[in-house]
Write a protein that binds this ligand. Sequence first.
Ligand SMILES: [Zn+2]
Length: 257
Amino acid sequence: MPEKIQVVPLRAFKDNYVWTLRNERCAAVVDPGEARPVLDYLAAEKLQLVAILATHHHADHVGGIAELLRAGEVPVYGPRGEPIATLSQAVGGGDHVSLEQLGVSFEVLDIPGHTRAHIAYYGANMLFCGDTLFACGCGKAFEGTPQQLYASLEKLMALPDETLVYCGHEYTIANIGFAKAVEPDNAALLERERSDANLRSENRPTLPSTIGREKATNPFLRVARPAVIASANKYLGKRVSEPAAVFAALRQWKNEF
Ligand SMILES: [Zn+2]
């Protein structure tokens, strides 16, 4: 029986999370934009770092890797096709990342859009999705088209509803504000606002979310709903109904919100 692993959020910068998978002895970190919070945690908990996983090349996700490697060489997994100087194991869709010391294995999913070759790690009912899917929102399409980003979100939406979603940032409350502008009558969204506002008032993370929860409350995953289409059309001042076009309208609206 593999021992159960814990997933711990370490805060970095203003609102980043470095998700840390650990057991009694070992740890692996996802998207360490900063090394200091990781080094402090490893020292305090007497844990050995065994792997680093990166979802995309942005500095607030990979900026701490070089310093972590100075404390000891470990494999660094990340997307093939993005400029990450510290990468040792370039991976892409369909590859598997096995963290033997932690008894867990992930499938790599290609989810481009936020960046050109952004990836997610999916396994053991967990999804680490960087800056592609956020709680009640999604990342900006910096290096891909909105259509590409929407196709990536559709891929994530197809995962089981109970999948735990570990996003790269604590953006939930601001995202809910936009979601309410799109779907003011979504009861699940209003309930989510209450529960997540409570968590934040206690300075607790609103994450992980679940795929089921996102499907019920995240406007970017609800672009086939009449209320969402109507709001997107009102914003655009013209009629669109094709999901990727509704998505693109929401993404543009959110950028200005
Ligand atoms: Zn990013």
